[in-house]
Design a protein around this ligand. Sequence first.
Ligand SMILES: [Zn+2]
Length: 198
Amino acid sequence: MSVNIISETKREILEKAPPKNIRQHIWHKKTTEPGEIIAAYVSKHAEAKMRNHAMAFRSQKLEVMGLLLGEVRIWEGQEYVLVRDVVTTDLDATSVSVKFDSGSFQTLFENLDDAGFDYVVVGWYHSHPGYGCFLSKTDLRTHEGTFVSRHQVAIVIDPLNIQIEAFRVQEEKGRIVRFEVYWDEWDDPYGGLKKVKK
Ligand SMILES: [Zn+2]
């Protein structure tokens, strides 16, 4: 099976309504303001994988990290990302830093391969075990160096304080944005994505 990562700049943004069956994440502390834009819709499947990943390293207080896979959409003039799945690999982590382990990119690409979908990387997630949800100076550098589009999101999970937040980066600052967890495609193993032909 071929790896099929499409640079989102090469792909047309789909004009498509967001999922309707949504819920606010129970760990999401941000109070939503009326009329506020929802920057990301995260599938129940992707949400559980990220949260379980962070929780698995909670007692060792190690950071975790992965990529958000899905698509970029526009609806009523607002861009948002749909996160269908997440992928990760071996990590080189401490309680205050994380990066993909050198030499583990092959595993990451094999994991991407296993996803078997035609997708784009719409952002990344990582954890802050015990020190809250924000983007550090290093996080901002990582984000701006890797995720150049304005709609790409960074999700930060604190598995000790039981908190999750999504951020967009604007003018070198991380701004908390609203995100929702969606259920509609929960029963569809392909989530409406085009299966990549082998
Ligand atoms: Zn961080």
